[in-house]
Write a protein that binds this ligand. Structure first.
Ligand code: AVI
Length: 329
């Protein structure tokens, strides 16, 4: 079992480097340079993201955690879960599973019959989630899967067991609207009649609250973004000079999208060995590192418009910063 895991890990690492090479080449060749935020999550990126989730300015995790802590019975009722019927609880982008653990505890106490299947791009995150759960909730059966969201869709389709899909943390917010709509549409086509999705999204609100969440005073979010340049230096033999890029996030309530940029503070050339290619940066030229889309019912309904999903229930935290939606077919 262990050896199979190690083999899978090695195979997916080399595929990941090929994909990274491709995506970096594409993104930096764009007129408006961009790098995909899904590559933030290497070992250092995972640790920085855990720090972000505990930052005073980053309200997102706390708001959703409050929902799971105070309203887990409401969640179970909204998902119409019944202790007599088996279901798979599949979490896309599980990370450290902080919020889900509240629900798992409640389901375990209520003798619900389920398997927990966290999916994440980061094997590190899955390994620590699995050992933490084995220690804290040893009766919960856990089967981890490493991969990105789109990769799991096919396996969802092939498996006809009843399912609840958790897609929390406003992870959907890191997708462009058209990609989010495509993903949700494919997800709806991968599910069967009584399956449910529990989707967590950060709500549109004032820039005075949103912007500091992406521009914290300790510089952790800046380090999180810059770490992708370190990863490219390491994995693709590049020579990004981290001292000449500055983290500069932007957010306008009217757009509802937080955008994280790294700005080149000088005119410079960056060489990427594995691509055998140099990329030119003008002084003040930006690389778009990540978008974090904020939602309301209208935006979500637009994303759902070409899918079979309907919004059934909306649960919010006490400050109405965050919402979890039950989507049904
Ligand atoms: C994972 N994701 C929902 C986070 C967000 O809020 O967009 C990632 C993040 N980036 C900077 N801080 C947090």
């Amino acid at each position: 079992m262990k050896e199979t895991n190690t083999l899978n890990k090695t195979t997916s690492n080399s595929t990941m480097i090929d994909q990274l090479m491709n995506d970096v080449d594409l993104g930096l060749s764009n007129k408006e340079k961009t790098l995909p935020s899904k590559y933030f999550y290497d070992k250092i990126g995972d640790a920085l993201f855990v720090e972000i989730m505990h930052l005073p300015e980053y309200y997102v995790t706390r708001a959703e955690h409050e929902i799971f802590k105070n309203q887990s019975q409401e969640i179970i009722a909204a998902l119409k879960l019944d202790p007599n019927y088996y279901f798979e609880l599949i979490e896309l982008g599980a990370g450290d599973g902080l919020k889900t653990k509240e629900l798992l505890k409640e389901l375990n106490d209520g003798n619900y019959n389920f398997d927990y299947m966290p999916v994440d791009i980061s094997q590190n995150a899955l390994d620590s989630l699995e050992s933490d759960l084995n220690e804290k909730l040893p009766d919960v059966s856990i089967q981890t899967k490493q991969g990105d969201y789109f990769e799991v869709l096919q396996s969802l389709k092939e498996n006809k067991k009843p399912k609840v899909i958790l897609f929390l943390g406003s992870n959907i917010g890191n997708m462009d609207d058209d990609i989010a709509a495509d993903f949700i549409s494919k997800l709806s086509n991968s599910l069967q009649e009584n399956d449910k999705v529990f989707l967590g999204v950060d709500l549109i609100k004032d820039a005075a609250i949103v912007l500091p969440a992406y521009d914290d005073s300790q510089g952790i979010t800046a380090a999180f973004n810059l770490n992708l340049l370190t990863r490219i230096n390491h994995d693709l033999d590049a020579n990004f000079d981290l001292g000449s890029f500055e983290h500069r996030p932007e957010y306008k309530e009217s757009d509802g999208i937080a955008k994280s940029y790294l700005v080149s503070t000088v005119k410079q050339s960056v060489y990427i060995g594995k691509l055998n290619k140099s990329f030119q940066f003008e002084k003040n030229e930006k690389i778009l590192m990540e978008i974090s889309r904020k939602y309301n019912d209208e935006i979500l309904n637009t994303i759902l418009s070409d899918t079979r999903f309907k919004i059934k229930t909306r649960i919010t935290d006490s400050q109405k910063y965050f919402a979890n939606y039950v989507l049904e077919l």
